[in-house]
Design a protein. Structure first.
Length: 159
């Protein structure tokens, strides 16, 4: 498939491509290309959705229930529904991961987020938009935006 024909959106520091799935599939699959050092979303919870992240390139930081880990290619991180989490590019090179979302449906959140971000270029400035959309979707923003500099503080603040 020609790259120009892919269903892709731009978020702050990330390009998200929606992998075509068959009708009735019990999950969706998105490919995330993260710019070097790109921050991720604020720490959040999905109350009805499981997410799985598979690192394909680079180094990605993850925070899950207050514990910070770093994944290199081949790493898989499962985030069961109801658990607070976030992710970011923890490296100096571009990173790529696949995100499996079950059940499907969160794709529309990403599309609306991209449309509403407009000229917003900072993750901190995106929090009001994210919180507003969270009320509509299966999400709750519960913490700050993690970054490599903050990761140690997040890890230390949770047992």
């Amino acid at each position: 498939m020609d790259e120009e024909q892919l269903d892709t959106i731009e978020l702050i520091g990330a390009r998200v491509t929606f992998v075509p799935m068959g009708e009735g599939t019990s999950y969706s699959l998105t490919e995330w290309d993260l710019e070097p050092g790109a921050q991720g979303p604020p720490i959040h919870i999905h109350h009805k959705t499981d997410e799985g992240f598979y690192v394909m390139a680079g180094h990605i930081g993850f925070v899950l229930d207050g514990m910070t880990t770093y994944g290199k290619p081949g790493t898989h991180v499962l985030v069961p529904m109801g658990h607070e989490h976030s992710f970011w590019n923890a490296g100096v090179r571009p990173a790529k991961c696949l995100c499996i979302i079950s059940p499907p449906g969160l794709e529309q959140y990403f599309r609306e987020l991209a449309a509403q971000l407009g000229d917003i270029k900072s993750q901190d400035d995106s929090i009001p938009v994210r919180k507003k959309l969270s009320e509509k979707y299966d999400m709750e923003v519960v913490g700050p935006i993690p970054s490599p500099a903050q990761a140690g503080a997040i890890r230390k603040s949770h047992p």
